[in-house]
Write a protein that binds this ligand. Structure first.
Ligand SMILES: Cc1cc2nc3c(=O)[nH]c(=O)nc-3n(C[C@H](O)[C@H](O)[C@H](O)COP(=O)(O)OP(=O)(O)OC[C@H]3O[C@@H](n4cnc5c(N)ncnc54)[C@H](O)[C@@H]3O)c2cc1C
Length: 386
């Protein structure tokens, strides 16, 4: 029987553990934190927040994998009336529809964008500067980067398409992502996976193949390999509970600069106490900007879209997520150029900043499957259908 060690018990680690155990391996997972889930954890307490605004995209590979195993659980569908309350800030004013020029970039027939040019240059040629800028800023909902227009055109276009698809790809597990994590952990447990929490690994084991399913920063330290780097976003996170007021927006996207605020109780009333609404926002900030700059921009959006919000606040939290929102690809690069999964000597990387396709957590999922297939010497497709 194969034995495999998995370091990290987030989505990548749990995916790797389940996949390896389903293929018959004896798996041990070590997780530094006292609970599993990593960045997919949902906080305990009256306000059930994920680590920043989180949605599960149903067009991705992890969706069908989770669904086949009955691991998604109940969803909190967005009522159509609420969906109609999506607002966009453009030229300082709130509107319901995107500027016409931006729509040109969302057409099915829009050309495939190249990877070697920045999005802003390519999109300006397609739709003019105003449409290109609005589209770049909208895509920040799935990018978390302060200057999406400067990234690879192909990379941004894929995120823009996924984030604007109709019917929407974004789905919300009821009660936050914690339910999905719990079901994955239970599945791993039932397959005989040994999971040790509060177990930080400081040196790689040498007696089994090992899947390092930590953040790339943690993997760099663990492998003593300074080449393990890749650009990511830096974003201010703001969580707010407000007393309920009829007519609040469902979400507001900033087309003047990147930023997104969403009222998660619009789709899931269980996330905040009765009579209150839970809002989560992310405002990407440049390297020279501070959390306060992001918060100031968030407050401008709130002033526009949530009448009287300042008098309605019952709870508030702010933080900065630095390099925690997955990989971004610069012009001339694609996911294939990121740190490779196979590090040699039976060590494999999984996570959202390594060489695997997909949007956000899909990269963690895809890299976990590849890492396990390499570790077990099996075809990744066989494992997907195991
Ligand atoms: C603000 C924000 C919003 C996001 N929104 C979305 C979204 O809408 N949709 C989406 O698909 N994705 C989203 N993501 C991305 C998603 O959360 C991540 O891609 C995914 O959770 C990463 O999972 P992972 O297992 O690769 O890494 P992690 O979740 O970081 O897991 C790594 C684990 O390894 C553990 N660890 C680290 N070092 C060690 C060690 N030495 N020993 C043992 N354990 C260790 C850590 O404690 C952690 O639990 C968002 C992320 C953020 C921060």
């Amino acid at each position: 029987m194969h034995r495999i060690t998995v370091i990290g018990g987030g989505l990548a680690g749990l995916t790797a553990a389940i996949t390896a155990a389903e293929a018959g391996a004896k798996v041990t997972v070590y997780e530094a934190h006292h609970t599993l889930g990593g960045r997919a954890r949902t906080s305990e307490g009256p306000y059930r927040t994920n680590d920043g605004p989180h949605a599960l995209y149903n067009g991705g590979p992890h969706w069908s994998w989770l669904q086949q195993r009955d691991l998604i659980g109940p969803l909190a569908p967005l009522p159509p009336l609420e969906a109609a309350r999506l607002r966009l800030r453009h030229k300082g004013a709130l509107r319901r529809t995107p500027p016409f020029a931006m729509l040109k970039l969302l057409r099915h027939s829009a050309q495939q964008a190249p990877a070697d040019v920045d999005f802003m240059s390519w999109a300006t040629g397609q739709a003019g500067e105003e449409g290109a800028r609005a589209a770049a800023h909208y895509s920040a909902v799935a990018l978390f980067h302060h200057d999406p227009g400067a990234l690879s055109a192909a990379f941004v276009q894929e995120r823009l398409r996924r984030a604007t698809k109709l019917p929407p790809e974004a789905h919300y597990p009821r009660g936050g992502w914690a339910g999905v994590v719990d079901r994955m952990a239970a599945r791993a447990w039932n397959l005989g996976v040994r999971m040790e929490t509060l177990s930080r690994v400081d040196a790689l084991p040498t007696d089994t193949p090992v899947v390092v399913a930590t953040s790339l920063d943690a993997a760099r330290r663990l492998l003593h390999d300074d080449s393990l780097t890749w650009p990511s976003g830096r974003t201010t996170l703001i969580d707010l509970a407000l007393r309920t007021r009829r007519g609040d927006a469902f979400a507001v996207s900033d087309l003047d600069s990147p930023g997104w605020i969403e009222r998660f109780t619009a789709q899931d009333r269980t996330l905040a106490p009765a009579g209150e609404q839970l809002l989560q926002g992310q405002i990407p900030i440049a390297p020279h900007e501070t959390r306060a700059d992001g918060v100031a921009r968030a407050e401008q959006l709130l002033d526009l879209a949530f009448d009287g919000w300042r008098e309605r606040v019952t709870w508030r939290r702010e933080s900065v997520a630095n390099g925690r929102t997955g990989a971004v690809d610069l012009p001339g690069t694609s996911w294939r150029d990121r740190p490779g999964i196979d590090r040699g000597d039976g060590v494999y990387l999984a996570g959202d900043q390594v060489a695997a396709p997909g949007v956000l957590s899909e990269v963690s999922f895809n890299s976990a499957l590849t890492a396990v297939s390499l570790a077990l010497g099996r075809n990744a497709l066989d494992l997907k259908h195991a």
